[in-house]
Structures are given as C-alpha cells and as structure tokens.
Design a protein around this ligand. Structure first.
Ligand code: BDP
Length: 683
C-alpha cells in the first residue's frame, strides 16, 4: 500500500467474460532472443501476469502450443514470422510494434523491428489485459507520434531537487552518486512503460559541481546510469553549463566563435561518447535567470547552440536549447521588455539559423507553467527549426503535489490549439511538435519531472497520474484526458467501478478547482516569492521578474494589446491575434492576461470581474472540500495505505483552499470597495 509499484503493480483481478479465452495464451511465453531488452520484456510479462492473474508463466515448450510470443521480426522467432505479413512489418516504425491474436497460429504475438518496440508492445499487452473489456481485436500496429519523449530532471548533485515535491533525488546525495540500481531500474521500467525514451538527469541550472559531470572524474558514474536506462530504451542527456570552459580556469573565455572554445567542446564530446556511446546530448539553459550564455560575448543563441551542435554532430548527439530566455530585471517603463514577449522576440528572428541537430525547447506558455496561460506564440512562428514543447509535470505553480491538479486536460488544450500557421488549414500545436507540419528532422515533447525519493515517487499519489499521463500523451496525443485518467486509475487501484468513477472524476475536476481558488482569469502568480507555494497577491507585484497583475482601486490585468499595451497579442497569427487583441472577443479565462479592465467589466459569463472573483473563490474552496468528501466514500474499497495517503493530502488542500479564498477575496474587496452580491463573509 505504499504506491511504490505505481501503475506497474497490476492489482489482482477476477478474469471473467470473453477475456477468459485469452487465458489459454497468457499462461506460456515464447521468446528466442537473448537481447537484454527482450529479456526485460519477458521479465515484465512474467511479473505482470503473476500479480494480475496470479499465474506463473511457463516457457512455451511444445511447438504449436498456445502462448504469447514476443520478438523482433528478424530475430528468428518462428511464431512471430508466421503471424506477421510483409505489410504489417513495413508499417512498424523503429520504436513501434504490432500485436495480433492469431487463432491459426495459436498465439498472441508481439512483434517489432527493434527490441525496444517489443518491450513497448509487452507493456501495451499488459495494459490491455488489465483494462480490457474483452472485446479487443488484438490486431494493431502502434507507432509513437513523437520522436523525442523526454523527461528533464532538475536534480542537483547535493541531492536537492529544484522545484521537487517528492523528497530528494534518487540519483545523488551529498555530491555523490547514490548506489541504488534497483530504484533506478524501477524508475526506468516505469518510464519505459509509458514510452519515455530520453532523460536528462541534472538540473538545467548547472551549478559548479554538476559542471564537472562531463569530465573524466564523473563520467564512469554517469555511464552506470546510462547502462540501466539503455535496457529500457532510454537515452541519457546532461544539462551543461555554457561557461564550462571557464571552470577551473581551463580557458579564459566561453565565446562560441573562439576556435579554442570550439575545440574544447569537441574534446569533451569525444570523452563523453567514449564513456557512453549512445549519449543523447546536451540540454542548455543560457542567458536566462543569471545563467551564462552567448550574450556575454556579443553572440546570439544560434551561435551558441551551433557551436555545441558541431561538437556533438559526429556522434549523433543533439543540442536541446531552451527558449526560456527573458530579462529578469525588468524596467516596466519599456513595455517591449514584457516577459511574455521575450521568447518570441529572441528566437523568431533566428528561425532557420540552427544546425540540423539543434532542437529548441519551448515552454507551453510565454510565462512559466501557470495554472492558465495562452499558448506560446513561437509554436507556428518557427517554421525552419526543430522544436519540442516543454511541460512541467512537477506542480510548481499548481499546488506542489500537496493539492491535486491533474494537468493532462491543460496539456491537451495546448496540443489542440490551432496556431493558424497554415492559414485556413488546421495547424495545431501537436502537429507542430510532432514535426509533421514542417517536416522537421527532430521533434517531440519534454517535461520537468515530478519524482523524488519518496516511497510513492510523487509525494501525492494522485500526482502519479500526471507522470503516467504525460508519457501516454507524448506517445499518442490523440488519447483523451479522461481515457488516460481511467486507465491510470484501473492500473493503480483495480477495477472496482465506484473507485474508477470517483478517482476519474476527482482527477478531471481538479484543474478547474485549483484554478478557481487561485489567480483569476489568466493573470497568474499571486504566490509567495521564492518557494512559490500559497497565496500572496502582491508577492511578485513590485519585483523585477515581469510577473504583474496591476491591480489598483479601479481595475486590474496586464494590457498586452497592440493598441495600448505591450503589443504581445501581435505575436499570434490570424484570428488568434485578433481574438486576443479584442476586449470583446478575448476568452474570459485569459482576459486579464491580455487586458487591463475595471472591476465592473462584464465577462461573457454575464458576471462582473469582481463578482467572478468572489464567486469562483467561494465555490473553489467548497469544491476542494468536496474532493475530500468524494475520496472518503472510497474508504475500505482499496488498500488502506493508498487510501490514507491521499486522504491526508486532500485534507490539507481543503484547508489551504480556504486560505487562498480568503486572501484573494479580501484583497480585491479592499482594493475595489465593491460588495459581494451574496454578502458572504470577507475578512
Ligand atoms: C521556473 C522555476 C525555476 C527554473 C526555471 C526554468 O521557478 O526554478 O529554474 O523555471 O525553467 O519555473 O529554468
């Protein structure tokens, strides 16, 4: 009941109905290949079937006997060869797989062109066996939509995790590598089971200690981690310090155009690949929040990224260059420095200048993972550049895994957003990042991890649904938030309909609930500085970070129009630019992101802004209390350990939601002097 097994625990189920017919296959496994990844697939299969059905899977001994057969198309497994025809084999991509139930051949076959495809296919089969209604055709070819499906750890060598809400790092402690291969293997299993194929293991803010990760002293330890990841199809990446050549006084400059600097990085790359032949590449945060970068030398970000790209190119490595670049020492007298504009202003002019092995990593919104933001206007605007979208699974601004906030619906909205980059034709973000719109060489999705060394990985058990959902969505953006929630609930808690129904509903309601008692109408922030937890309306108001609401006694909101504000709305294309620019057409949920309005401004909902604030905050706190009450109906319907850990968090959320309600309502009541129409208590 600790949650450690997460969605790989496969709670025991009563097998009934038509699926019973599959049981004859499930009891035996046929595999002929020795490859480590295939052996891992066999192990997963055995483990899964043992916990789900209580059966000890036998090796299929008789030639023709009923079994599950797994293997690569070329791997010499005759069952696989008999089941899959040429056409199917051609349809399976490098990481894809095919699953077919063949009565003729007496087996369920999982075939792929590579060992990792087989492993993904086995995880799929286990998911089906667990969540199945018994009607699956078992005849599918499955390929991932996105090439890169990445996790970014913000773990530091001292064991702390920047924005970590689930304990400490399980990679490092006190500037040493932890010797805990079992935990790393279990982590790799979890990630692989949802299709993650790239993990950066250190914080994008690279401090002195981690700068040395690319040096001979540390590479053997990094390589041990890569060895574990490799079995599960995961490539290891490192975040690097742009000023690395300066550390220890090796060179006097980190200027990307300096020949000595270039050869220094080439040497580093060679050293890394000698230790880790399939090393993924570098993640770089440069010229951002006081990190060093090319600006120091009067160079731009294409110069910086291309220099690293050249060093990695001979080895097939990638540079993942982050677009989270803005001036964190704002001078608001110059509206053009509006933080929302920054990523576009910096990177749009560089479109087409990046090497083919550079990928720009763009946060989903223009600010910083708020509960509500518009979609970054760089999506659609960059047309000749590889790009991945960056989400934050860690709930930095959405309750820090003390509140439940299922983020898959938010990510879905972002991925479905039409950029209008192709005029009349639909050009949603999901097709920008999967590379299909501009035929990019690389493409995909990245996200900041939400795991730590807490026994249940994510602190809040329900936050596991975000991790699970992120992977599933990165693999297949067409899945619905609801289907993912249900799938996760089934795998985690079993098939009790009351549990499934309640857990799914809690997850699906949670984002809107969190939004309703925190910062209103898209304006964001209003949190305590530094640690970013809990309400503080003016916490970031009088600071240089570019994070404002501009509330005074008349109104609030940030004017980002072309007409009278920062001009940010013009970074969008076609109808998006018009919609955001217009006070009438701007969607309510983003009103205060784009416009400064009086408290008496009437929303599309028919309410004034001030009444909307009061109503949503009273309702939000009530709905948070209802989450707890719904959860309490599940007592006795699941393992007690799981039940209790969620109950405890929901109790805390209900309390803290009241604090949010009161702080926000009081603040705006005092500022505006306008009464709540319902005369509720405001302190
Ligand atoms: C912000 C975090 C900060 C990160 C930064 C980033 O508050 O800790 O370093 O993003 O993405 O959300 O680089």
């Amino acid at each position: 009941g600790s949650g450690y097994e997460a969605w790989l625990g496969y709670p025991r189920q009563q097998f009934g109905g038509s699926t019973a017919s599959d049981l004859e296959y499930y009891g035996a496994l046929y595999i002929v290949e020795e490859n480590e990844t295939l052996q891992a697939a066999a192990q997963e299969y055995r483990r899964g079937m043992a916990s789900m059905l209580g059966i000890a899977v036998a090796n299929a001994a008789e030639p023709g006997g009923a079994c599950v057969a797994i293997g690569t198309f070329q791997g010499g497994n005759e069952r696989i060869q008999n089941v899959f025809d040429e056409q199917t084999i051609r349809a399976v991509g490098p990481e894809g797989y095919a699953i077919r139930k063949s009565r003729e051949n007496h087996c369920i076959a999982v075939g792929a062109s590579s060992p990792i495809g087989v492993l993904y296919g086995v995880f799929h089969l286990l998911r089906l066996a667990k969540t199945s209604t018994g009607n699956e055709a078992f005849d599918e070819v499955v390929n991932p939509a996105n090439k890169l499906r990445m996790i970014n750890h913000w773990d530091n060598f001292d064991g702390s995790i920047e924005r970590g809400y689930a304990g400490h790092s399980f990679f490092y402690k006190h500037n040493r590598f932890l010797d805990n291969p079992q935990r790393l293997r279990d982590y790799a299993r979890m990630m692989s089971s949802v299709g993650i194929n790239a993990i950066a293991v250190n914080n994008v803010n690279v401090h002195e200690q981690e700068t040395l990760f690319i040096s001979p002293a540390y590479l053997p330890d990094i390589s041990n981690i890569a060895d574990i990841f490799r079995v599960y199809g995961i490539r290891l990446y490192l975040s690097v310090n742009f000023a690395s050549p300066l550390q220890g006084g090796e060179l006097g400059t980190a200027d990307p155009l300096d020949p000595e600097v270039r050869s220094w990085w080439r040497g580093k790359a060679a050293g890394i690949y000698a230790a880790i032949p399939d090393f993924g590449g570098f993640v770089v945060k440069a010229d951002s929040e006081n990190r060093p970068g090319p600006f120091t030398y009067g160079r731009d970000h294409a110069d910086g990224a291309n220099m690293l790209a050249e060093a990695l190119e001979p080895f097939g490595g990638l540079v993942i260059w982050r677009c989270f670049v803005y001036n964190c020492k704002q001078d608001w007298r110059d509206r053009k420095t509006d933080r929302a504009r920054a990523a576009y202003d910096h990177f749009k002019p560089l479109d087409g200048r990046f090497h083919t092995n550079v990928i720009l990593q763009i946060k989903n919104g223009p600010m910083d993972f708020q509960v509500r933001e518009p979609v970054s206007p760089l999506f659609g605007a960059l047309q000749q550049t590889n790009q991945v979208i960056e989400f934050q699974i860690a709930q930095e601004y959405t309750g820090q895994q003390r509140h439940v906030c299922y983020l898959v619906p938010q990510w879905k909205e972002v991925l479905e957003f039409n950029t209008y980059a192709k005029g009349e034709e639909d050009a949603p973000v999901k097709h920008v990042v999967d590379g299909s719109i501009w035929n990019n060489r690389y493409s995909g999705v990245a996200a900041v991890s939400n795991v730590g060394d807490d026994l249940n990985w994510t602190g809040h058990l329900l936050a596991q649904a975000n991790l699970y959902g992120y992977g599933r969505l990165a693999w297949n953006p067409e899945l619905s938030a609801e289907c993912i929630a249900e799938e996760w609930a089934r795998l985690t808690f079993g098939s009790d309909p009351a549990v499934l129904d309640t857990v799914t509903r809690i997850l699906l309601d949670s984002w809107s609930i969190y939004e309703s008692y925190t910062a209103p109408l898209g304006v964001g922030w209003m949190i305590n500085p530094d640690h970013h937890y809990g309400p503080n309306v003016d916490g970031y108001e009088y600071s240089p970070w570019g994070t404002y609401h501009f509330a005074d006694n008349r109104g609030m909101g940030v004017d980002r129009t072309v007409r009278s504000g920062t001009g940010y709305s013009a970074q969008y294309m076609g109808p998006n630019a018009e919609r955001y620019e217009s006070l009438e057409d701007c969607p309510d949920e983003l009103l205060l992101f784009f416009h400064h309005v009086p408290y008496t401004h009437v929303l599309h909902s028919g309410k004034t802004v001030i009444q909307h604030i009061y109503d949503t905050h009273f309702e939000g706190a009530e709905r948070a209390a209802e989450l707890l009450a719904s959860w309490q109906t599940l007592q006795g319907r699941m393992e007690e350990g799981l039940y209790l850990q969620v109950e405890e968090r929901l109790l805390e959320q209900a309390e803290h939601a009241k604090e949010w309600r009161d702080k926000i309502n009081t603040y705006f009541y005092r500022k505006s002097g306008i009464e709540d129409q319902q005369q509720r208590t405001i302190y």
